[in-house]
Ligand binder design. Structure first.
Ligand code: MG
Ligand code: ZN
Length: 212
C-alpha cells in the first residue's frame, strides 16, 4: 500500500513529508509556523495523526490550510491504508506539498512506510541529546533531523553538535537543522529545505516521464 501511495503522490505532483517525533517535540507548532509561510507559495495540505481528538487539526485549520485528522484509537502510529484514505479525502490540487504529522512516538512509526518522499525527525532541546543512540530505528531512514526549541538552549543541558553527531552515527547522510518557531531562528533555512525537496521530486518525475 505504501508503494502504491508513493506512486500516487508522485504521479499527482504531490511532495509528501512525514514528520515524526516523540509527543511534545513541537510538530504541530512547527507545522503551523511553516504553513503560514508556505501557503503563499505552494498548494499545501496536512494529514494529522493522533490517538484521539481533532485538537491538532483545529490548529491547522486556523491557518486556512486543508487538513484531515486520523484518530488511531489504541494505535500508536499511522499506517499506509489510513493515509491513503485521508489523502483521497484531502483532494489537494496539484502540484503541491503534503505534510503528514505522525502520532507522537519515536519507536514504531519507524517501521511503517507511508509512501512519503521524505521523513523528518524532530527532537526538542528539552529531550536528551543521546536520543538518536537510544532510538536508532527512527533515524535510519530519516532525511532530516530538526532540533527544535533552540530558544530554550540557555536553560537546558543539550549539546546540539553532539546530538547531530549521534544522529550521523546512525544515518551518516542525515541533514540537520537547529531551529526555533518562537524566535524564528533558522526557519528560513527549513523553508528552503522544503522548497528544495519539492523541486527534487518534481525534477525526478519530469525525467522519469522523459525516459518513458
Ligand atoms: Mg501534534
Ligand atoms: Zn505503533
Amino acid at each position: 500500500i505504501a508503494a502504491h501511495n508513493h506512486q500516487l503522490f508522485t504521479g499527482n505532483h504531490h511532495t509528501v513529508i512525514n514528520l515524526v517525533s516523540s509527543p511534545g517535540a513541537g510538530k504541530t507548532t512547527l507545522l503551523v509556523s511553516t504553513l503560514k509561510q508556505l501557503k503563499h507559495q505552494f498548494s499545501v495540505g496536512v494529514i494529522e495523526g493522533d490517538q484521539q481528538t481533532r485538537l491538532d487539526a483545529e490548529q491547522i485549520e486556523q491557518t486556512g490550510v486543508p487538513v484531515i485528522q486520523i484518530n488511531t484509537g489504541k494505535g500508536c502510529h499511522l499506517e499506509a491504508d489510513r493515509v491513503q484514505q485521508a489523502y483521497q479525502q484531502l483532494a489537494l490540487s496539484s502540484p503541491g506539498l503534503i505534510f503528514i504529522e505522525n502520532v507522537g512516538n519515536l519507536v514504531c512509526p519507524a517501521h511503517f512506510d507511508l509512501g512519503e518522499h521524505f521523513r523528518v525527525v524532530i527532537l526538542s532541546v528539552t529531550e536528551g541529546d543521546n536520543k538518536p543512540l537510544k532510538y536508532p530505528d527512527i533515524f535510519h531512514q530519516a532525511d532530516l533531523l530538526i532540533i527544535n526549541k533552540t530558544d530554550l538552549l540557555p536553560y537546558v543541558d543539550f549539546d546540539v553538535a553532539q546530538c547531530i553527531d549521534h544522529a550521523r552515527r546512525i544515518q551518516p547522510d542525515i541533514a540537520a537543522l537547529a531551529l526555533s518557531c518562537r524566535s524564528g531562528e533558522n526557519m528560513f533555512t527549513w523553508l528552503q529545505w522544503i522548497a528544495t525537496q519539492f523541486n527534487t521530486v518534481t525534477a525526478d518525475r519530469s525525467s522519469a516521464a522523459a525516459n518513458r
